[in-house]
Design a protein around this ligand. Structure first.
Ligand SMILES: N[C@@H](CCC(=O)N[C@@H](CS)C(=O)NCC(=O)O)C(=O)O
Length: 252
């Protein structure tokens, strides 16, 4: 029951983002090395950057930096000079950037097939609605919970606008769990059909997006989110099962 209410609230957050962070629209080239994003799931400025990652079909290593967390925050200060989020490190171009607008410009200029959305739009509509979404989420995904570290980063198949994946990412932020974000945005009509219905209606479903294809090959199914934890050899579908697992494994 509690989980269903959380999913309903998260769906409201997705609607508030007016469709951003769901589709892959401007994918260009893929970086050779993983981008590194230091962020908080609940931060409005971080959200607009993650929406750009989905639009560009870019994976990233996510280092969660919740308030009162001490795992990666000091590192950001060491690398960039201050604790401000988002903070992007791009090892492919030797770039380190604060400021969501600058990060978005860099990502589109380096990896996009389209120009970045205009700065005025990012600063006005995108950031304002993102602030509204953070308010709707009532601070989830911003403050650290007592936790113990994951030795190796986890992997999460996710796209920014997924209401189910958001709930998982919020908890991963709160537990300061580093993870490789396997970008799994939608790029064809059949991606929009809910998995149980899709299996019945389109048993021959063949995703074209690279991570969705990998997921189908690995598990015989495609649903978002999907979590891989190399520390325990666990792999799971279903946001409720994943959040239960994360709490049992990493919360103190
Ligand atoms: N203009 C910056 C604003 C970034 C910002 O204010 N981020 C907040 C989090 S939402 C922050 O870093 N607060 C300091 C902290 O959390 O320690 C941007 O667009 O990236």
């Amino acid at each position: 029951m509690r989980h269903s209410i959380d999913v309903a609230g998260s769906l409201l957050a997705t609607l508030n983002q007016q469709g951003r962070g769901i589709r892959i629209g401007s994918a260009g080239r893929q970086p050779a090395e993983l981008l590194e994003l230091y962020d908080m799931e609940g931060c409005p400025f971080c959200r607009v950057v993650r929406e750009a990652l989905t639009d560009l079909d870019l994976d990233a290593m996510i280092y969660p930096c919740p308030k009162a967390g001490d795992r990666y925050r000091p590192l950001v200060e060491k690398l960039g000079g201050k604790q401000q989020f988002p903070f992007l490190m791009d090892p492919n171009t030797d770039t380190a950037l604060y400021e969501s607008g600058d990060i978005i410009d860099h990502l589109y200029a380096t990896y996009g097939s389209d120009p970045a959305p205009p700065a005025w739009l990012v600063k006005s509509l995108y950031t304002l609605s993102s602030a509204g979404t953070s308010a709707l989420r009532l601070g989830q995904g911003t403050r650290a919970l007592e936790n113990h570290p994951a030795e190796q980063p986890l992997e999460l198949y996710s796209f920014e606008g997924s209401p189910f994946a958001r709930i998982v990412r919020e908890l991963m932020t709160e537990l300061e769990i580093p993870y490789v974000l396997r970008q799994s945005g939608r790029d064809q009509a059949r991606d929009w059909v809910l998995p149980p219905m899709r299996q019945r209606l389109f048993p021959d479903y063949e995703p074209s997006q690279r991570n969705r294809r990998a997921l189908l090959q690995r598990t015989g199914d495609v649903a978002i989110p999907y979590l891989i934890d190399p520390n325990t050899g666990t792999e799971l579908y279903d946001s409720e099962r994943i959040t239960d697992y994360l709490l049992n494994t990493y919360a103190d």
